[in-house]
Design a protein around this ligand. Sequence first.
Ligand SMILES: Cc1cc2nc3c(=O)[nH]c(=O)nc-3n(C[C@H](O)[C@H](O)[C@H](O)COP(=O)(O)OP(=O)(O)OC[C@H]3O[C@@H](n4cnc5c(N)ncnc54)[C@H](O)[C@@H]3O)c2cc1C
Length: 403
Amino acid sequence: MAIAPASTGSPSPVVVIGGGVMGSALAYWLTRLDPTRAVIVVERDPSYQHASSALSAASIRQQFSTAVNIRISQASIAFLRNAGEELRIGEDRPDIVLREGGYLYLADAAGAAALRRTHTLQKTCGADVAILEPAALAQRFGFLNTADLSLGSLGLSGEGWFDGYTLLTAFARKARRGGARYITGVVCGLTLDHTRVTEVILADGSRLACSHAVNAAGPWAREVAALAGVALPVFARRRTVFVISCPALLPGPAQVAPFPLVIDPSGFWIRPDGRHFIAGSSPAEDADDQPLEPDYAAFENQLWPALAHRIPAFEQARVERAWAGYFEVNTFDHNGILGPHASLENLLFMNGFSGHGMQQAPVVGRAVAEMILHGRFTTMDLSELLFARVAANQPLHEANIIG
Ligand SMILES: Cc1cc2nc3c(=O)[nH]c(=O)nc-3n(C[C@H](O)[C@H](O)[C@H](O)COP(=O)(O)OP(=O)(O)OC[C@H]3O[C@@H](n4cnc5c(N)ncnc54)[C@H](O)[C@@H]3O)c2cc1C
């Protein structure tokens, strides 16, 4: 799908609604690709207290089930490895503390065939992943109980974790340096003129004329879409992250390095985090908009038993603290929804990443900037992720959703 590019020197700015990692990555790419372009980012909470980008586990993997997500990850890891240089201001280089510790997907008998299928696709796309049989798993990761495992898939490079908050603030800082204006305000309305958005309206009554409006409102994107009468299948679903210490498996230099981000067949994930570990699991009941308080009962009832079964040393696990944030879950197909809505040519979306938005922001930010500036994707074709697929009821299901 092509949209009308903004004319250079247009007096109306691109108005980005939401200044999290998506909105800030977009603002960065817009100002970098066209320094003359006026960009305003409207963010209601500059402290990002509830923003997903500040509450993220900020991990990146190549192990997806759709080729487009694998391609995005390959480009994203290249950006993240070079983030200090890409986002530096003078000699001040942000350090996102990227650790390429790998992901280890584990499968029991029921999941082994699917793991082999996705492995084949990942290899075809050039991902650096290896299949491990149970004996190899036991040898390489001595802390695992492999009794009920049939297979594992390990990312050998290009997977790991980083400091997501630093990435967010580095994008925002560099965007500001490039001329983007950040405004504190709540977007509460959009003025429509047939097929276009002409103004973004703030709760204080101010009106921002715009060449394009971009919905980068994360878990609150459905509410913003509704301001234009658009139904967006994105819902705020609470996820708790537990910070865990484990005296029997102390992450020291010898043990942290080989401890990857483990994805268990039961649905939990765990990875090292400094001196501790962080872990989470899919909630048994997944209601919308729950208050952002950690679900401590889920640790006792669900996560701990599964964790201690897979890694017996975690019998002695202790929860040091916990936090909760919202996944912006796209219930249609669990993939990002990008670009314009068919009936509103200059209202663009970058929403619904369902737990993999932090790692995709560097690439998605550039792709949406290209749509605005050139009317089409010029670096990487992300047409499969366009909003049009939702309208056409043609889902692109991502099977590898975590938590
Ligand atoms: C616990 C947890 C773990 C995660 N782990 C990973 C991971 O390992 N890897 C990964 O890739 N992703 C992960 N994610 C997902 C990732 O963090 C998100 O996909 C990403 O941060 C989304 O960024 P965003 O900018 O769209 O949303 P947000 O960061 O939520 O930003 C949206 C912003 O919009 C603002 N806003 C909303 N409505 C309005 C309005 N009306 N007016 C003005 N401002 C408004 C909000 O204040 C907010 O700051 C995780 C998320 C959570 C919660």
